[in-house]
Write a protein that binds this ligand. Sequence first.
Ligand SMILES: CC(C)(COP(=O)(O)OP(=O)(O)OC[C@H]1O[C@@H](n2cnc3c(N)ncnc32)[C@H](O)[C@@H]1OP(=O)(O)O)[C@@H](O)C(=O)NCCC(=O)NCCS
Length: 152
Amino acid sequence: MNYHLVPMDRSHLEQVAALERACFPDPWSEKLLEQELYNYMSSLVVAQGEDGTVLGYGAVQAVLDEGCLNRIAVFSQYRRQGVAQAILEAFLRFGRAHLAFLTLEVRRSNAPAIALYEKLGFVRVGVRPGYYRTPEGKEDAVLLTAEFTHEA
Ligand SMILES: CC(C)(COP(=O)(O)OP(=O)(O)OC[C@H]1O[C@@H](n2cnc3c(N)ncnc32)[C@H](O)[C@@H]1OP(=O)(O)O)[C@@H](O)C(=O)NCCC(=O)NCCS
């Protein structure tokens, strides 16, 4: 499906909340997402089809020049078509212009996400042992970072 990247707004809330529920064990609610829209430190981007369908979305939070990728998700039927890569590349362009680095944490077992991040130049910088609770016990978080060099 053809899509373009747009800033998330209230019209996307219902679809993005459904995407959250489909993708994450700790989904962000519609209410929390709405709060994020009004959080001046957060930047939320949606990949939107021509008919308004949400294919995927991402959320970055920036504190001064430090960025954190909090969310990236694509509905399963639209995966492996470059949607997440396009969203992440938009955040990386923003990062190169405005940030010192963009960091994130991901479950050690989440091979698709780790492959995506490493493809786009994120580097493993650490592990938080047992960071996530799972039905089977605990799972490590892998920390990845993209650093941006700026001319002095
Ligand atoms: C991770 C996720 C966002 C990837 O979305 P996507 O739109 O399918 O990813 P893209 O098509 O842009 O893939 C870009 C690259 O990422 C890597 N990649 C993505 N999915 C992959 C998979 N299932 N297996 C291996 N590599 C994968 C590949 O390098 C791919 O490039 P290629 O297609 O040229 O090989 C998606 O699988 C998802 O929503 N997962 C559930 C939510 C989630 O886990 N989010 C991350 C939490 S930290």
